[in-house]
Write a protein that binds this ligand. Structure first.
Ligand code: GLV
Length: 319
């Protein structure tokens, strides 16, 4: 019975990531309910009850036969649900964090305002010591902001932009109620309708088999000429060559990209040399390590007590 926690001992978990040194970041000194170790410090893999994971290796989960829970460090779980060794029947949870959603809203608003108000031109003028205004801003009613992905994050982004005065239209697979300044379009065809009506399109979708490659030539062709893409979802949503063609033809006028098919974006990648693309290094919005560990420990407690944890994802749906 040595693996069964007494209720006073911390439950043992493992950090699993091929890209981030989770051990150095995801610590929470005050949290006594869980104890996390990297794989090399685990003596008995059968004692490991849960994992904190981000881009695990394909066979990472096979070493731990008694896993009961796997948590992401973020809102996205695609690197876990797509992992070939993900055990069937183990609870997978993601982080759901209002502060993270607010940071995302601020980041998205910065990009919308940057494109609307020609901020890159103004900054370039200032860098050269030139006192020169940019073109007068187009009226808000010509700058409809479209949002793909309407969970906590999408709703928070929508509210922030609506509060600034932008008309907002959001595509929601499940449909849903609009709010003042926010129209929600549901069901089949909702993404196309949002594309058709958006001057700026913000992508916040989870990555699933249905959303991979959705930002493609056909999608861009639906958008009004000269529209802008703000890509904050996952790199695999975007067909990179289709974006370049849309920019070259003027179908899109600019793009902001925070996520990429290959991260870090490789040196010499064509995106780096494009003045019409704003690149940021997958930095739009993290959850603090303390909050990640707090939510993880709550989930571990629930699972060990035989209850269903909050923020459970459906591994087959992918979110
Ligand atoms: C970040 O990429 C997240 O999934 O929250």
């Amino acid at each position: 019975m040595k693996d069964v926690p007494t209720g006073t001992e911390p439950v043992l978990g493992v950090y699993l990531s091929t890209t981030i040194d989770l051990k150095s970041r995801y610590v929470s000194p005050g949290e006594t309910r869980v104890r996390l170790l990297p794989p090399e410090e685990i003596e008995d893999p059968s004692a490991v009850q849960f994992a904190l994971a981000w881009r695990p290796a394909p066979d990472d989960f096979t070493r731990y036969p008694n896993l009961k829970l796997i948590s992401s460090i973020a809102a996205g779980v695609d690197s876990i649900t797509n992992c070939p060794s993900l055990p069937e029947g183990v609870a997978v949870v993601r982080v759901r964090d209002e502060a993270q959603a607010s940071r995302m809203a601020a980041f998205a608003a910065w990009h919308v305002v940057t494109h609307h108000r020609h901020m890159t031109e103004l900054l370039a003028n200032a860098a050269e010591g030139r006192w020169q205004r940019a073109a007068a801003p187009e009226p808000f009613h010509d700058w409809t902001v479209g949002i793909l992905g309407y969970g906590l994050m999408g709703r928070t982004v929508a509210r922030g932009l609506a509060a600034l005065g932008y008309p907002v239209i959001a595509a929601s697979r499940r449909g849903g109620e609009g709010e003042p300044g926010i129209e929600v379009v549901g069901g089949e065809g909702s993404m196309r309708e949002v594309a058709r009506r958006s001057k700026v399109l913000i992508n916040l979708l989870p990555l699933t088999e249905h959303t991979r490659d959705v930002l493609n030539a056909d999608f861009f062709a639906q958008m009004p000429k000269g529209a802008v893409l703000v890509q904050l979802g996952r790199g695999e949503h975007l067909v990179e060559d289709d974006l370049l063609e849309a920019l070259d033809s003027g179908q899109l006028s600019a793009a902001s990209l925070d996520v990429f098919r290959t991260e870090p974006l490789p040196e010499g990648h064509v995106f780096w040399s494009r003045p019409d693309i704003i690149i940021t290094p997958h930095t739009a919005s993290d959850t603090t390590p303390q909050e990640v560990i707090r939510q993880l420990a709550d989930a571990v407690e629930e699972v060990m007590a035989g209850r269903s944890p909050a923020n459970l994802v459906d591994p087959h749906a992918g979110y």
